[in-house]
Design a protein around this ligand. Structure first.
Ligand SMILES: NC(=O)c1ccc[n+]([C@@H]2O[C@H](COP(=O)([O-])OP(=O)(O)OC[C@H]3O[C@@H](n4cnc5c(N)ncnc54)[C@H](OP(=O)(O)O)[C@@H]3O)[C@@H](O)[C@H]2O)c1
Length: 280
């Protein structure tokens, strides 16, 4: 059987690096590992037997996106799995968040993922197969104070991915959203800007932001276990690949609690909501 080609964004640290390392150890996989700075991919050198391609990619750079897709296709012929992993965080209250920083986070988390996916889709449609893995978050299911805009990026990709998955079903392309709770990566530390509240009314959230920053690299989630679960879903459960894959106890518990309460809420409002329609 031909090798499957995986293309991953943001493989310098965290989930991306852990997944790239895991895939580099598999004999039947071609790996396109991308990063803003490919010097950060030296960790892959020990595994390289000609099946690894290391490419420069800032997901906000359209030229680099096009170039990566062209080079990956030229080297390996196919792109079977696209992993949109690159992402940033931002902690701050809604009112005090820095507009430019937040807009840049949308450029990376939403438009980077969109542009990558749009560039790879023609390849996958031509192949009549493909899997797109989009890194969402528990924050894409549930919106916490001080994470309004980060959640905004993840809710955006949840909505985009859900419709996309329906549009590409007949092309034999599947989409999976990964929704982790806290995992030990660089996300809560260097990858998330923090705006401590200055307004007196929001002082209660100062400690929330400090606690989150201090939790960096002490989170309960283990990226190696996450990567094994993702790989197993893609390789062994392809036919029934879930659209949503919560990872970590907090993520799955929060999702169940939220949807249980939501179900009761929407049932309670059912007749009132339906009464807004024109009479048939
Ligand atoms: N860790 C968690 O608790 C958690 C929970 C839920 C969701 N997530 C999501 O998981 C994904 C991966 O994050 P992580 O946890 O592994 O954090 P991480 O260790 O900080 O990794 C983030 C990666 O994104 C890359 N990146 C940032 N901006 C980029 C850009 N413009 N172009 C290309 N790459 C860029 C970083 O590259 P540089 O080295 O160049 O900065 C780095 O490789 C993100 O989408 C994040 O939102 C994480």
């Amino acid at each position: 059987m031909a090798n499957k080609t995986w293309l991953i964004t943001g493989t310098s640290t965290g989930f991306g690096r852990t997944l790239a390392t895991f895939l580099a150890k598999q004999s039947n996989i071609n790996l396109v590992a991308t990063a803003r700075n490919t010097k950060k991919l030296a960790y892959l050198n020990e595994f390289d037997h000609g099946q690894i391609q290391k490419l420069t990619l800032d997901v906000t750079n359209q030229q680099e996106i096009k170039s990566v897709v062209t080079q990956a296709q030229a080297k390996f012929g196919t792109i079977d799995v696209l992993v949109n992993n690159a992402g940033l965080g931002y902690f701050g209250t809604f009112e005090e968040s820095n507009r430019d920083t937040v807009k840049y986070m949308f450029d990376v988390n939403v438009w980077g993922l969109v542009d990558m996916t749009r560039s790879v889709l023609p390849v996958m449609r031509q192949q009549k197969s493909g899997i797109i893995i989009n890194f969402s978050s528990l924050a894409g299911l549930y919106s916490f104070p001080t994470l309004s805009f980060y959640s905004g990026t993840k809710y955006a990709i949840e909505g985009i991915s859900e419709a996309l998955s329906k549009e590409v079903t007949d092309c034999n392309i599947k989409v999976m959203l990964v929704e982790p709770s806290g995992f030990r990566t660089d996300w809560a530390g260097r990858s998330s800007d923090k705006a401590l509240p200055k307004i007196a009314d929001y002082q209660q959230f100062k400690q929330t932001i400090i606690d989150n920053a201090e939790s960096a690299h002490h989170e309960p989630g283990d990226p190696e276990k996450a990567v094994q679960i993702i790989f197993d879903q893609v390789v062994n459960h392809t036919a029934e690949l879930p659209l949503r894959l919560p990872l970590g106890k907090l993520s799955t518990d929060t999702a169940i609690d939220k949807y249980t309460k939501s179900l009761a809420h929407f049932k309670k409002l059912h007749d009132l909501s339906a009464s807004a329609d024109q009479p048939e």
